[in-house]
Ligand binder design. Structure first.
Ligand code: HEC
Length: 111
């Protein structure tokens, strides 16, 4: 499980700085009754091309996710901003809960 406090701090950082960057990035505003998707589903749609089903593919310099030790804050950061060969991914998430689900999924892939 993730540490709630750390995660909320990271996400409010996201909501705050996303207001004015003009990139069409909005604070999450899912429609009423929206059901968050699982981290696994979002992963299979948007992450496997570089990271592979098991996180080890390493396409285009992608890091092996099974040995990653990033904490929740760092994960939110890389999803928001990207890093080197990794493009930003936050636009594929529709709610805080989906980001949280992804963090859980990434951590579950670790050895
Ligand atoms: C276009 C290819 C690409 C896609 C798509 C992609 N990544 Fe990455 N990812 C990378 C690369 C390249 C790195 C290494 C970045 C660096 O230089 O540190 C990386 C690094 C990471 C890391 C950091 C690992 C570590 O410990 O340093 C995480 C976490 C991660 N990706 C998660 C995701 C998730 C979740 C998705 C889908 C929402 C995703 N990535 C989609 C290419 C990609």
């Amino acid at each position: 499980m993730i540490k709630k406090g750390v995660f909320i701090a990271a996400v409010s950082l996201f909501s705050f700085s996303s207001c004015g960057d003009g990139g069409g990035q909005q604070p999450f505003n899912p429609p009423k009754g929206y059901k968050s998707r699982s981290g696994k589903l979002i992963y299979s749609k948007h992450c496997t091309s570089c990271h592979g089903d098991n996180g080890k593919l390493g396409s285009g310099g992608a890091k092996d996710l099974t040995v990653s030790r990033m904490d929740s804050t760092e994960i939110v950061d890389i999803l928001r901003n990207g890093k080197n060969g990794m493009p930003r991914q936050i636009q594929y998430f529709k709610s805080d809960e989906e980001v949280e689900n992804m963090i859980d999924h990434l951590k579950s892939m670790r050895k």
